[in-house]
Unconditional design. Sequence first.
Length: 362
Amino acid sequence: MPEHVTTPTILVADDEAAIVEMLERVLVKHGYGVAVARDGDEVLERIESLRPDLILLDVTMPKKDGYEVLKFLRGKKETMDIPVIMVTGRGATPDKVTGLHLGAGDYLTKPFDVDELMARINVHLKGKRGVEEKIKAEKLVALSTMIDGMAHEVRNPLSVIGGFVKILLKKTPSDDTRFQYVVAISQEVGRLERMMNDISSLKNLTIGEKRFVPANKLVRQAMQEMSGRLSARNVALSLDLEPAEINVLADARHFKTAIVKIVQNAIEAMPSGGRLTIRTRQSGESMSIVVADTGFGIKEEDRRFIFDPFFTSKMEGAGLGLTMALKIFQAHGGSISVRSEPGKGTEVVMLCPLPAALSNPR
């Protein structure tokens, strides 16, 4: 199964309403996210706030035609690798050569066959994912090397600082003006120690023996561990669990850790309080745990990075919670997907195959 599920976004750039409507309908039906631009200037505006996975670019658009837009895209480092399929009513070879020469990955002539369109989209997205996965793998190797060096260099001085801070806390009266500074240093040392522990846990994560464990019970245990944080942040909890217990083949400790990491992320997204809803469902050969919050949400351009180590929009923490949860679910044959809207909250779906699916993979 994939590392994590993110819905590919396709930007449809065309000034013909009927074409746009048809493409939207077809693409949504096939599971893609769709953004629309009606002219060349709007394409460039959308690109600034949205990094689509692929662009269907009409040649003849108002303001700036497809060739001008393509030339601009290929001239910027941030957009030069986005796959572009040119779409036009022209069938002449010179037009196709022009687009391909400017950096289009493919060319379709209207009216086009829907099956052919989807086949070409899939080919280009697959190629793009392959390149991204290779880059990501290389980054992770480099990151692992860096983590080893950092852990070695940081742990010893951190232990010394922590030891002296504990002595200072005991020797400094609480009414001393310097006491607040010692407390602040102690809190920061604690934060760094937690970060180092998270890094070590992620690097050395190994799944132990898997046993049949009740998923609902693990969810309840995880929420019991998080009850203090929920109260401190004024977050109301709603549990909507499948009535019949769902047994998963899992390392119970790590499986619960993944749930806790996701919930921690959700709580931190609601600094002024809110509602946390957790649902479990069984569907066919898989079960899902859904964690939904009413927090500040995730910007569209940030969603593709949220599982990357050290990517975070929080004020504290190493940004490893989602990374660790994903790694755990991967080890159980599962996946994690995220849906979010800025200002309205985030929904994280943890999907895990049930024992029958594990023994009879499709």
